[in-house]
Design a protein around this ligand. Sequence first.
Ligand SMILES: Cc1cc2nc3c(=O)[nH]c(=O)nc-3n(C[C@H](O)[C@H](O)[C@H](O)COP(=O)(O)O)c2cc1C
Length: 219
Amino acid sequence: MKTLVISSSPREDGNSHVLAQSAIDGTVRAGHDAEHVFLGDYVERMLGNCRHCRRSSDGLCSLDDRYETLLLEKMLPADGIVFAMPLYFYGMPARLKTVFDRLFCYTANSAPQQDQVINGIMNKKVGVVISCEESYLGATQGVIAQFQELTRYLNQDLVGVVVGNANSRGEIVNDPTDPVSAAANLGERLYTSRVTDYRLDTARSNKVWDCSPVGCPDR
Ligand SMILES: Cc1cc2nc3c(=O)[nH]c(=O)nc-3n(C[C@H](O)[C@H](O)[C@H](O)COP(=O)(O)O)c2cc1C
C-alpha cells in the first residue's frame, strides 16, 4: 500500500511534524510505502471563481501553484492519506482547508479531469494527527466532525484521529498521553483497523471480535 502523509504546518520542525514522522515510521513498519509532503511546497493559491480561473482554451485550472501536482500525482495514487495539522482557531489551517476547497475545481462538471479525480479520490483510508495547545475535548471536536463529514462525502474511511498537546517546537514528545506512539500505531494499522458504521438493518453477529476468550489475533 502507498501512504501519503501531508504536513500542513509551516513549521517543518514542529509538533505535528513529529506526529507525521511517527505515522510514517508506523506505516513503513507495517511494510507499506510512505511519502511525506509539506503543503507549503504545493498550495499557495486559494479557491477562486472557476468561471474566471478556468482557462478558456482547455478548461484547466489556471491557478499557478503546485496544487494540481499534489492532487493528481500524490493524493490520487495513494491508498491512504494521513493529514498532519496544528489546530488553528479550533479548525484546520487554511492551507489544508484549501486542499479540500480546490477539490471542487477538479470534480465539478466543467472540470476536464472530473472522472479521474472523482474515481481516484474515493475509497482511501484516512488518518488525522493533530497538535494543539489546549486539552479540552471541545477544542478539537469541530475539526474532527469536519473530517468525519468530508471523508463520508468522499467515500473514504476515517480510520483514526490522534490528538496531542504541545506548543513549543517538538515538545509533543513530552505529552504523557503519548500521541507520538498513537500516531505510529495509526500509521501501522491504517489498512487493517476495523472501521464500522452500522445501520439498524446491517447484518452482523453479536460479537465484535471473532476470536476465542484466550486470545485474539492482532487486528
Ligand atoms: C494561528 C494559530 C492558531 C492557534 N489556535 C489554537 C487553538 O485554537 N487551540 C489550541 O489549542 N492551540 C492553538 N494554536 C497552537 C498550536 O496548535 C500548537 O502550538 C501546535 O502544537 C502547533 O503545531 P506545529 O508545531 O506543528 O505547528 C494555534 C497556533 C497558531 C499559530
